[in-house]
Design a protein around this ligand. Structure first.
Ligand code: 5GP
Ligand code: ZN
Length: 113
């Protein structure tokens, strides 16, 4: 499923430009437009599912590939040993784009929970 109204589907399809960091058959990674850390990469399954939980329920292959690409991105960006992963879920969880994605954050020291 894809959605014409979904920003990340439009990035996945190539309709909207982005700063690509890595990609695989199932997943793409690109830089966040409003970075919260020196390294801030979004890792996005090509398949449209609203949340990471919905993705897990829909396809373990797609879920596993998100984490494989996260590992590749942290290596590429030199933050494999020190980084933070965030999956905001639901509006009360801070999610603003309802196409599942992980935030890979690094290049700074994280102290707050
Ligand atoms: P969420 O709040 O849903 O967890 O994360 C959405 C993220 O997408 C935010 O960190 C926001 O800065 C980022 N974002 C929103 N619009 C765009 C865009 O057009 N391009 C890119 N690269 N990132 C975006
Ligand atoms: Zn989408």
């Amino acid at each position: 499923m894809t959605s014409d109204d979904c920003l990340f589907c439009r990035i996945v399809s190539g309709e909207l430009p982005t700063e690509l960091v890595a990609q695989s058959e199932r997943t793409i990674a690109f830089r966040d437009i409003n970075p919260a850390a020196p390294v801030h990469v979004l890792v996005v399954p090509r398949r449209h599912e609203p949340t990471i939980g919905a993705l897990a329920a829909a396809s373990t292959e797609d879920l596993a590939d998100v984490f494989a690409l996260i590992a590749q991105v942290t290596q590429q960006e030199g933050i494999a040993e020190h980084h933070r992963l965030v999956f905001n879920t639901g509006s009360k969880g801070g999610q603003s784009i309802f196409h599942a994605h992980g935030h890979v954050l690094g290049g700074k020291v994280f102290t707050e929970r």
